[in-house]
Design a protein around this ligand. Structure first.
Ligand SMILES: O=C(O)CCC(=O)C(=O)O
Ligand SMILES: [Fe+2]
Length: 204
C-alpha cells in the first residue's frame, strides 16, 4: 500500500449528515479547546495520557468496521483495529500547526473529512522549528469532504502535516492527488470542517 492514499466518497452525503449529527450530540465535556478556531473531542482516551480502555460509541465503531473492511487498515501489521478516535472541528479558515502524530500511536492513521474540502500540507520535518502554519509546503493533499485519507509508514514519521490558515485554497501544482473532477487552478472556499481521525494507540 502506498504510504499516502486519499479515497474519495468514503461515506455518502447521507452518512455525512448522520455523522455530523452524532458529532453535534457529543457532550460539551468531550471537547477541549485548542487554538482559536479549532477544538477537539476524543474517544478511547486522550492523546498523551496512559492508555485508557474506553469503548467507542456505535457511530465510531461502525466507521472502524468500514475502514477495516475496506482493507485500508492492515490489522495484523498494526496490532489491532483503530482504538482511539479524535474529532477536530475547524472554523472556516482555521489552520493546524505542522506536526507528526507521535510515538504513542502505531504509524498508520486514517482521517475522514466532513463538512468542507481543505488542503492538507506536507512539510519537511525541519518545519517543526518554526512550526509555521503558512510555511511553503513540499506538497499538498486535496481532502474533499467525505474522503478518507490514509497516511502510513514513511509518510507518518518522515513528514509533518498541517493546514494553512486561509479562507480558500487553490489547486496549484503542489497538490499531488488531483483527480479527473478537479480543475487545476480551481479555488475552493473553506467552510466549517470536521476531521475524524482514527489511530491505534499503543499499549505502554
Ligand atoms: O484535520 C485534519 O485532517 C488533520 C488532523 C490532524 O492532523 C490531527 O488531528 O493530528
Ligand atoms: Fe496529525
Amino acid at each position: 500500500m502506498p504510504s499516502i492514499t486519499v479515497v474519495r466518497n468514503f461515506v455518502s452525503a447521507a452518512d455525512e449528515d448522520a455523522l455530523l449529527a452524532n458529532i453535534a450530540a457529543a457532550p460539551a465535556e468531550r471537547w477541549t479547546g485548542g487554538r482559536p478556531g479549532r477544538r477537539t473531542a476524543n474517544w478511547g482516551g486522550r492523546p498523551g495520557e496512559p492508555f485508557v480502555r474506553e469503548s467507542l460509541p456505535p457511530w465510531i465503531s461502525a466507521l472502524v468496521d468500514a475502514i477495516v473492511r475496506s482493507g485500508l487498515w492492515p490489522v495484523d501489521t498494526i496490532g489491532g483495529p483503530p482504538n482511539h478516535c479524535l474529532v477536530n472541528e475547524y472554523e472556516a479558515g482555521a489552520g493546524l500547526t505542522p506536526h507528526t502524530d507521535g510515538v504513542m500511536y502505531a504509524p498508520h492513521v486514517c482521517t475522514l473529512s466532513l463538512g468542507s474540502d481543505v488542503l492538507l500540507d506536507l512539510h519537511a520535518p525541519s518545519a517543526a522549528d518554526d512550526a509555521e502554519e503558512n510555511a511553503r509546503p513540499l506538497a499538498s493533499l486535496l481532502l474533499r469532504r467525505r474522503s478518507l485519507n490514509v497516511y502510513a509508514g514513511p509518510a507518518y514519521s518522515g513528514l509533518f502535516h498541517g493546514i494553512a490558515q486561509r479562507e480558500q485554497d487553490v489547486l496549484d501544482e503542489r497538490v499531488i492527488n488531483l483527480e479527473a473532477e478537479d480543475a487545476p487552478g480551481e479555488i475552493i472556499p473553506r467552510g466549517r470542517r470536521w476531521s475524524v481521525v482514527f489511530v491505534h494507540k499503543l499499549q505502554r
